[in-house]
Design a protein. Structure first.
Length: 318
């Protein structure tokens, strides 16, 4: 799928001395910098009618002309997979993702992902980077995820996520009894020896997670969390780092902790909960078209609510 696009923009004097690709990103905000760089290199984005290199400096006053073919970035296949759509309009799509659904195709998960489902639901998403997906949640995490349906919305949502103005609140159940809420401000990067894992590392990217106690049980705590940043596995890594790993986390959770005197029902329920107990419950952002603040909520999934009920029953009979 492709479409022809044409656009023109004037370089302001204040941009003098800046790189062409940087200026193009500001003047054509509907397109990613990498895409604009490729158009500069191919001669589809010109300066006063002349081909230039992305790193060349502008003087101010030049005219940028864009005449390019916008093609789908990947050749992913649409698939008829049911979506739990919380909200949809011409700009946005908000999904309540179930556990087990991978967001984006990758090695080992080439199809049956949210991206494949989105392309079936709205084929025009094929022309957007990652089919409009601007942030992810892990395969076994449930809850809200926003998708851009236009280039304008994509640029606006990426900008909000980078500026940390988008609001995201999660529910989690952690192992251990917390005495109170707090903040984890620790950099996250790839684990130095286990390459499929993330870890708190001194040279990682900044990562900040806020948490507060919702309910305490005999050996677990139900908490709410808010993210300032969106690093891979951030909540899971941060909670494990402060020795309160998420219940059911097969990667970062360590050994299952059972309360003393736990009933057979509780032991069975805890052992059967085989995914991280993490749910993206609230999502807030400025609508890319109206500029109005919008917020959506998603109720706790059935398995999450069920394990909470078992923990409450155990506490009541302790």
């Amino acid at each position: 799928m492709s479409e022809q696009i044409q656009a023109r923009a004037q370089v302001a004097d204040e941009h003098a001395g800046q790189r062409l690709d940087q200026v193009a990103t500001e003047l054509f905000p509907d397109y990613s910098r990498s895409r604009l760089q490729s158009w500069i290199k191919s001669g589809e984005l010109t300066v006063d009618g002349q081909a230039r290199k992305p790193k060349e400096k502008v003087l101010g006053g030049e005219t940028l002309m864009l005449a390019a073919e916008l093609v789908a970035e990947e050749s992913w296949e649409p698939q008829a997979i049911a979506l739990n759509i919380v909200f949809e309009d011409q700009q946005l799509l908000v999904i309540n993702k179930p556990a087990g659904l991978v967001v984006h195709p990758a090695a080992g998960n080439r199809d049956s992902t949210l991206l494949n489902a989105l392309l079936h639901h709205a084929p025009a998403l094929a022309t957007l980077p990652r089919a409009g997906i601007v942030h992810r949640i892990d395969k076994d995490t449930t809850g809200l995820l926003v998708v851009a349906k236009t280039l304008k919305a994509h640029s606006a949502l990426v900008a909000q996520l980078q500026a940390k103005t988008a609001f995201r609140e999660y529910h989690a159940i952690v192992q251990g009894v917390m005495t109170g809420g707090g903040k984890v401000d620790q950099p996250i990067g790839r684990h130095p020896t286990q390459r499929t894992r993330q870890a708190v590392v001194h040279n990682g990217k900044p990562a900040v997670t806020h948490y507060r106690v919702e309910e305490r049980f005999r050996a677990h705590t139900h908490i709410r969390l808010q993210l300032e940043t969106g690093r891979t596995h951030q909540i899971r890594v941060h909670m494990a780092h402060i020795h309160y790993p998420l219940l059911g986390d097969q990667t970062y959770g360590g050994r299952l902790r059972l309360p003393k005197g736990a009933t057979p029902e509780l032991i069975e329920a805890l052992r059967q909960f085989r995914r991280q107990a993490l749910h993206a419950a609230r999502l807030g952002l400025e609508h890319p078209d109206s500029g109005e603040y919008c917020e959506w909520t998603a109720p706790l999934p059935e398995d999450f609510s069920a394990i909470l009920d078992v923990l409450r029953q155990d506490l009541a009979h302790a």
